[in-house]
Design a protein around this ligand. Sequence first.
Ligand code: MTE
Ligand code: CO
Length: 439
Amino acid sequence: MSDDGTRIASPRSAASRRGFLRGTLAGGLAAVGAAEALAQDKPAAAAVVPKSNPRNLPPRVANWSKGLGDGVAANPYGKPVKFESNVVRRDVEWLTASRESSVNFTPLYALDGIITPNGLCFERHHGGVAVVNPVDYRLMLHGLVDKPLIFTLDDIMRFPRYNHIHFLECAANSGMEWRGAQLNGCQFTHGMVHNVMYTGIRLRDVLNEAGLKPNAKWLLVEGGDSAGMNRSLPLEKALDDCLLAFKMNGEALRGEQGYPVRLVVPGWEGNLWVKWIRRIEVGDKPWLAREETSKYTDLMADGRSRRFTFVMDAKSVVTNPSPEAPLTHKGRNIISGLAWSGRGTITRVDVTLDGGRNWQEARIDGPVLGKSLTRFYVDFDWQGQELMVQSRAYDSTGYVQPTKEELRKVRGVNSIYHNNGIQTWLVRSSGETENVEIG
Ligand code: MTE
Ligand code: CO
């Protein structure tokens, strides 16, 4: 308990390793009633419930109205109010061997609209956060170019500038769920995604400055972190909509997000979005680096791997209700969620409350942008009945988000990447909500 009665449950105290693990339910859960057989796990991160003080309620004058508050600049860099201190990135302790090569997750269940605040963007590092002195920052461009170049940060900031809002989703988002419902929290099943406005320059303009040789077809893009993380990027994509970004949501990139410059590869898997980018080599074929051979490829049922799955297909998730955001009130309620597609815009989202028997079209609100998160709502009346809540996204190519069973038919269960299957939340009559699967 904190001084104002706020209960903060950290994932470490709220759920042990065992608490995160769920049995494989695929195929075993035919009817809503069968869900009763599920083990009861606490959600991975409980919501904050501030304690009420009757002395603050009408007709009395509330405490905060009785005296002066803090003056300006009490917080030179503003932070969320203390009542929101539970809204943080969280990690799953046992998921990775070290903190330097690890991941944490965006608290999707606590956010609204489409923009992820900078301090809540999930992080994924292979060699920890590089602390790059902007004055010593250099970007080297060489290979099949007429004129090899080295750019400073100032050089980069003098190219024509563009602002674009895009989601970044790690290929491993929802990756734990291939073999069935595993992690009991929307933050953990879907939180390897964020959506910010990038300010940057077009990769195309930088490449044209160096001049491309006629046989140029691929780029090797490499990070300046200790992992020197590198990937092969087709030239076609580089010339299309990639950015070298130096701002996110108006301010400098956060160190965790690749300060001072990161690559933005709209709609494509997060691994390609190289942070602390230090080198671009132009070549005529892919390099087949570690992160595109042994990692980030889809291992199929027959043991073969798919080569290059760059685009993130349409996906959606209901963020409320979810395990961390149970229903607490009968009567008027809002179902809310996010949908996105690496191939274009979201054209429609359907929501079901009964595990897919009946679907209704959700109301999309806020900007609908290409390769960006899109917000949807369903306004509904809850009478305390058990619900099986799912959402299904449609994109501008006509693609419809598949069920997990449909995905498994094609892909098997060996993969940990590119899982865009439909998520199911079981809402019990108490309002408690958990991650389940319908067979
Ligand atoms: N770039 C470098 N240099 N080093 C890294 O470890 N991780 C990649 C990518 N770019 C990584 C990197 C992966 S796997 C993902 S999902 C995204 O960055 C994560 O970006 P974020 O930390 O801003 O969320
Ligand atoms: Co990733």
